[in-house]
Design a protein around this ligand. Sequence first.
Ligand code: FE2
Ligand code: FE2
Length: 241
Amino acid sequence: MITNAETRTNVHEIAPDVYRINTPVNTPDGFSFNFNQYLLVDDEPLLFHTGPRQLFPLLREAISAIIPVARLRYVGFSHVEADECGSLNLLLAAAPQALPLCSSIGAMVSVNDLADRPPRALADGETLVLGRHTVQWIDTPHVPHGWDAGLLMETTQRTLFCGDLFTQGGSGEVALTESDILGPSEAFRKPLDYFAHAPQTATTLARMAAMMPRTLACMHGSAWRGEGASLLRHLAEAVRG
Ligand SMILES: [Fe+2]
Ligand SMILES: [Fe+2]
């Protein structure tokens, strides 16, 4: 479903109750990119990533096509960057009961100060029941970047909200694919490596693989369905070089 004819912002359900909101963008130098946010609809709806602040009207419009924005209860994000959480305070204003959801490090270092309401900080491995769905927080410091980084796993359908992992350039027009995303994401990473290459990167990726995700909800590009453990192991090898 296209929710904005001008920008081609679109919404697709990529796993049960999980909606991908995609906005393609073109930079002034002709570079094609895209930003995804994911809405998990449940008794306590959760949005993972907010997109940049300047795209907030498009996000609000897209969420409103699925649920009233005021119903949001959690606004989660991996780490502090504009595309991860730039619209956080605008969302908190639009959804009076919503709380930021982030890592304990994220809360301590940034979010306690940046956010207009105190966050619900999750410890590594902590779970949060949203209704039919439960999500689990995984600390992933410096993977792919940011001391505060972490990711969310939806434990029933095993959808991993994998943030910047497997970032693919272009418009991201295919919402969900079963074909290879590692090749395109490695092609994107080559000239513009966004990984911190910290000593624990391989261990962190192996930990995510052990959770055996079935859907990878990528923040940039197509979401992917398949045997997530194997793809994460291949990513670890590629990053190791
Ligand atoms: Fe990032
Ligand atoms: Fe990102």
